[in-house]
Design a protein around this ligand. Structure first.
Ligand SMILES: Nc1ncnc2c1ncn2[C@@H]1O[C@H](COP(=O)(O)OP(=O)(O)OP(=O)(O)O)[C@@H](O)[C@H]1O
Ligand SMILES: [Mg+2]
Length: 396
């Protein structure tokens, strides 16, 4: 059951129809209090756009303390970052716009899932070590040369791991200034990692969850900000904190990166169990892979965490895999063929893994993801390298 509080009966009716048969409607605060007292196991209350903002925040703040497992979803005619921050601080789990029924249903589903995980039988608390009870494996996709296919790989690996909801995956766009994840997945970047800056001390699993943009069952994203100016405000410490929290909420984190050793990339590499190092069969990419491997050595990033992937492996004029292995002294873990269907799928905003699961590109990425990235015998702990951090990334 769900409780919907909306003082305007007409709107209340419309939302009730959308939410299905199991909804109790309150049109006044007294109705809401009565319903919630009557149903102590209730896990979700939706506050409609007709509820005054001040009242809505007071309700959320009140139940946050007295009934922490009760999720509050707020519907507003306009959603902006200021409102989002205020709502999250009051204890609202999600804020959704009036005209987006799909977002409302997805927000309700996420809130119910959190409540289920917080049910008293599980003994988990807000703010505890990963109340989501998960301990994600962290995979960073990196190449020092631009345009190797990092974002293509990251989005398709994430889709392969999520497998339509079989696993819970978060794709994190750490290409903070020029992130492409939103555009490759046709997502509207209403919220991004930059909104975590404003949360300050309030940054915890529930507030972070409100910054995620869902893509499909099992696959959520934490998008990059809209432009470089916002990216400037994101510190390395914030990235460490965000990744730490996300680990408690998902089975896998897949991190897309810019083609540079920024502070943020260094933080991601440190926090990763696996480094997927992409290259393409051409001399500049090969030279950059060699430099990357040397840099990883300098940074004490463990060799056993590295998986070299050759993208566009059958490009007609390219170097062979053995040329690459000879030049880099690293073995190639996967070969992803070249196909014009890849840019076609990118332009359509649907990962080829989802659009054509039997395509040779999809098959090879899936084989790699399920064979090498879900492998329980892989590194049990993230890199946590010490070493020459100060030489790289500082002052960028
Ligand atoms: N296997 C492939 N076959 C054909 N084209 C590919 C393949 N992989 C990637 N591409 C194309 O290469 C281009 C660059 O891909 P992508 O944006 O994923 O690279 P990137 O490494 O993330 O780039 P950047 O460094 O700019 O972030 C895209 O146009 C994409 O369509
Ligand atoms: Mg990219």
């Amino acid at each position: 059951m769900t409780v919907l509080f909306e003082p305007h009966r007409r709107e209340a009716q419309q939302f009730a129809v959308l939410l299905g048969s199991d909804v109790h409607v309150a049109v006044a605060p007294a109705d809401l209090a009565r319903l919630l007292a009557e149903y102590p196991g209730e896990q979700l209350v939706i506050l409609g756009p007709g509820v005054e903002l001040g009242d809505a925040l007071a309700i959320a703040a009140d139940y946050r303390l007295s009934r922490p497992a009760l999720g509050v979803v707020l519907i507003r005619h306009r959603v902006d970052v200021g409102l989002l921050g205020e709502a999250i601080r009051a204890g609202v789990r999600e804020v959704v716009p009036t005209n987006d029924p799909a977002a409302l249903l997805a927000a309700c589903a996420r809130s119910m899932e959190i409540s289920r995980q917080m049910a008293p039988t599980t003994g988990r608390r807000i703010g505890g070590a990963g109340f989501g009870g998960r301990d994600a494996k962290v995979i960073t996709v990196f190449a020092a040369k631009g345009g190797c296919g990092k974002t293509t790989m990251a989005t398709n690996i994430a889709a392969a791991l999520a497998a339509g909801g079989a696993r819970r995956v978060c794709l994190v766009d750490l290409d903070l200034a020029f992130g492409d994840v939103a555009i490759m997945l046709q997502l509207v970047p209403e919220r991004s990692i930059a909104d975590a800056v404003a949360l300050g001390d309030q940054l915890e699993e529930v507030s972070l969850r409100a910054l995620l943009t869902p893509h499909s069952p099992g696959l959520d994203t934490l998008l990059a900000p809209a432009g470089p100016a916002e990216a400037e405000r994101i510190t390395q410490g914030l990235v460490v904190e965000v990744l730490g929290l996300l680990r408690g909420m998902f089975d896998y984190l897949v991190i897309d990166t810019p083609p540079a050793f920024t502070d943020h990339v260094l933080a991601a590499l440190d926090a990763s169990h696996v480094h997927v190092l992409l290259t393409t069969p051409d001399m500049p990419a090969l030279k950059n892979l060699r430099i990357t491997l040397d840099t990883f050595d300098l940074l004490d990033l463990p060799k056993e965490n590295r998986l070299v992937v050759l993208n566009r492996s059958d490009a007609k004029v390219g170097l062979s895999a053995s040329d690459i292995e000879r030049a880099t002294r690293a073995s190639v873990s996967a070969h992803i063929p070249s196909s014009r269907d890849v840019p076609v799928s990118i332009n359509r905003g649907v990962p080829i893994m989802v659009d054509s699961p039997q395509h040779p590109v999809s098959k090879s990425i899936r084989e790699f993801a399920l064979g090498r990235l879900t492998n329980p015998s892989g590194p049990a702990e993230p890199s946590r390298a010490g070493g020459l951090r100060g030489l790289l990334g500082r002052g960028r």
